[in-house]
Write a protein that binds this ligand. Structure first.
Ligand code: CMX
Length: 441
């Protein structure tokens, strides 16, 4: 058994015992109430899940095992000469719960390199799709094609014991994370670079190698990928991609099936697809106004027009956050260091000044501030990755780190199949009328 697996086993056994004791003593404790409005409005604010890897605070933003994004940028190991965290380190932190050493991170880099072989039938499956298929669709189809490699599903078919589920999920998760950059890069090169593929470089770290396979040699772009892959990895458990992965995994669907479910959720415009929508929206604005850098007044008019058409302003708002997303701030800082003169980056910063007061003035939007997706595209554009339909795939590769670390925890802690109760409006009306026989017609 590898070092990481040994550590995870030891750690999860301790937590598992703690949870058993905790439930024995406090299982009946009431921790909240549910309003009817919450039941109808996306279950917002209902505590109904345990996710160990990260926790979101409405004001302060995401913390991974207690560490904020600025703290992680300082404390996680970096590449040689680099200043951004290596996502391997974040994965270690989410999985094990402690900050990794340089050696821990190097070990993970080499494990992921060793496991990164993608079977030919996955590439053949991608090739069977029309080349203009949306990159997220190609990505999900490729993950499904790779499901033939699931050790979990094979072992389950052979009668695996419950106590071994976590280990089979752990192995599948490690294989998936190792292989996703190769698959994602293949989709990019196929769709946008005439199918001229680039072989992996075994000397590079996970994100650096991904950047290399996409076709970008610039070391600043490699640093951007390390930051990008770190900050998009996890956002506690209730967001659509994390929750969908967890939900499908609770049926003991293997990690490939579970991750594909999560990625289908990420492909929605109110979630991960917002990163492409932001750039598309800015390009439409520039085209309509026939200027590369719209003034703040022009932006304000365009925002009002967007709202009057019944559309959302992409990259703004959040279901939980009530402040500027620290992931936006991290990218802004990166932009100030590496792309301050870029007109698109400057436009993103001008939009940041203009949009919040307009959204606030509507009175109904709970969070007028930018989220992670408001900034990411402009930085990618700066380095030449201009194909914005591809952006959500980058988000997906990163998100795999968080949702798969959580899936390991789900099985190690023996969480059961997820099955909340739903009701009908007819039943709700009977509740409200105080009727006794609420279940009959
Ligand atoms: N532009 C216009 N209207 C917005 C808005 C925005 N950016 N954000 C919220 N609203 C509207 C909602 O559509 C809703 O309108 P109705 O009452 O008419 O239906 C109202 O304001 C209240 O919504 P809310 O409670 O503030 O926000 P929700 O929790 O329902 O939704 C989110 C959150 C992110 C889906 C929403 O803010 C949004 O659509 N933002 C734009 C898309 C986006 O950037 N998504 C990415 C989120 C981050 C991620 O997951 O990657």
């Amino acid at each position: 058994m590898g070092i990481l697996k040994d550590r995870f086993k030891a750690k999860s056994e301790i937590v598992s015992t703690e949870i058993k004791d905790l439930l024995k003593e406090h299982g009946d404790k009431v921790i909240g109430e549910v309003l009817l409005s919450q039941v109808y409005q996306g279950m917002r604010g209902i505590t109904g899940l345990v996710t160990e890897t990260s926790l979101l605070d409405a004001q302060d933003g995401i913390r991974f095992r207690g560490y904020s994004i600025p703290e992680l940028r300082e404390k996680l190991p970096k590449s040689n000469g680099g200043s951004e965290p290596l996502p391997e380190g974040l994965f270690y932190l989410m999985l094990i719960g402690n900050l990794p050493t340089e050696d821990d991170v190097q070990h993970l880099t080499s494990v992921w390199q060793r496991r990164s072989h993608v079977p030919n039938h996955v590439f053949a499956t991608i090739e069977a799709l029309p080349v203009n298929t949306h990159p997220m669709t190609q990505f999900v189809v490729a993950i499904m094609a790779l499901q033939t490699e699931s050790g979990f599903s094979k072992k389950y078919a052979q009668g695996m014991s419950k106590k071994d589920y976590w280990e089979a999920v752990f192995d599948d998760a490690m294989d998936l994370i190792s292989r996703l950059p190769r698959i994602a890069a293949y989709i990019y090169r196929r769709k946008y670079k005439k199918g001229e593929h680039i072989q992996p470089n075994g000397l590079l770290d996970w994100a650096g190698n991904f950047a290399h396979m996409l076709g970008y040699a610039n070391e600043d772009f490699h640093e951007l990928m390390r930051l990008y892959m770190t900050i998009h990895a996890d956002h506690e458990g209730g967001n659509v991609s994390a929750h969908a992965t967890h939900l499908v995994g609770s049926a003991l669907s293997d990690p490939y099936l579970s991750l594909a479910a999560g990625m289908n959720g990420l492909a929605g415009p109110l979630h991960g697809l917002a990163n492409q929508e932001v750039i598309k929206w800015i390009f439409e604005m520039r085209k309509e106004l026939q200027t590369e850098i719209p003034t703040k007044e022009q932006i304000a008019e365009y925002v009002k027009k967007t709202l009057s058409e019944g559309r959302v302003v992409p990259g703004y708002g959040h279901a939980v956050l009530r402040q500027t997303d620290p992931r936006f701030i991290a990218q802004m800082e990166f932009g100030k260091r590496h792309a301050a003169d870029d007109p698109l980056v400057q436009t993103v910063w001008n939009i940041y000044e203009v949009v919040p007061p307009i959204l606030q003035s509507l009175g109904k939007i709970k969070n007028p501030w930018p989220n992670v997706d408001a900034h990411s595209g402009a930085l990618l554009e700066h380095f030449g990755l201009v194909e914005y339909e591809y952006y959500t795939v980058l988000f997906g590769v990163s998100r795999s780190l968080g949702v798969l670390a959580s899936l390991c925890w789900d099985r190690a802690l023996g969480y059961p199949i997820e099955r909340p109760k739903s009701v009908t409006t007819k039943l709700v009306k009977k509740w409200l009328n105080g009727e006794d026989n609420i279940w009959g017609d």
